[in-house]
Write a protein that binds this ligand. Structure first.
Ligand code: SF4
Length: 232
């Protein structure tokens, strides 16, 4: 008895598990004849990857749009972004807000729909990359600190793994990033407390790290205070 796998040296990777489970010619023919792949491109080499990539890109685009919409709504509530890229993002939100003014609506009494807002935000959303503790608005590769540090100033994507968001002009911090910065500050403080007095270089490095994390937390807190709320 030969296996159904016999003679199938070149097959799309996705087919292999099924073929190896069929151990009789007829069974194999039946199984292969009737089996329908849920997504036809899986039967072509490369098709599955292209489809998966398209799905990932779509998912990323939707997620970016949701994130920028949430931050735009924060901006409208008086909760501002912080970080070196905050000014640029705030100016962008202000320009969108201006376009949404009733006086600039296409017809009197026209309500601006979510679709109008999303249309205005879409281009910027495409530049968004998610860092571990920041948002990266990759609008201009020549301004990307990570690419400068890596010596690849014209690359098409940021190197998020090398991100220094406290110094890059394309980085912003938001309330959602506060916990990670606060935790980092807390952990660094513990390390500092455990460090021997002779380890001055290490102490200075950790102290700078701690100060930076605390500064980011303080900036987020200051920008999160809603100026429209009554402090009483
Ligand atoms: S340093 Fe960070 S914020 Fe700046 S471009 Fe690179 S990944 Fe984006």
């Amino acid at each position: 008895m030969k296996t159904a796998a016999t003679g199938t040296s070149v097959q799309p990777h996705a087919l292999q598990p099924l073929r190896l489970t069929a151990t009789h010619d007829n069974l194999g023919a039946e199984a292969f004849g009737e089996f329908q792949y849920p997504t036809p491109p899986l039967s072509r080499p490369g098709g599955a990857q292209a489809e998966l990539l398209a799905e990932v890109n779509k998912h990323e685009a939707d997620r970016n749009l949701e994130l920028i919409l949430a931050e735009f709504q924060n901006y409208q509530q008086g909760v501002l972004p912080t970080g070196p890229g905050a000014r640029s993002l705030t100016e962008f939100f202000a320009s969108v807000d201006e376009k949404l003014e009733p006086s600039t609506a296409p017809a009197p009494k026209t309500q601006r729909s979510d679709r109008d807002i999303l249309n205005l935000l879409t281009k910027r959303a495409k530049t968004l990359h998610i860092g571990p503790a920041n948002f990266c608005w990759f609008t201009d590769p020549s301004r990307a600190l990570c690419l400068k540090l890596a010596g690849t100033p014209t690359a098409g994507r940021p190197l998020v793994g090398m991100c220094d968001s406290a110094r890059c002009p394309q980085a912003t911090h938001h309330p959602c990033h506060r916990p990670i910065w606060a935790e980092h500050a807390e952990r660094t403080k513990t390390f500092l407390g455990n460090l021997g007095t002779t380890r001055r270089t290490e102490h200075a490095r950790l102290q700078a790290d701690y100060d930076r994390a605390m500064r980011v937390v303080a900036e987020i807190d200051a920008a999160t205070t809603n100026p429209f709320e009554d402090p009483a």
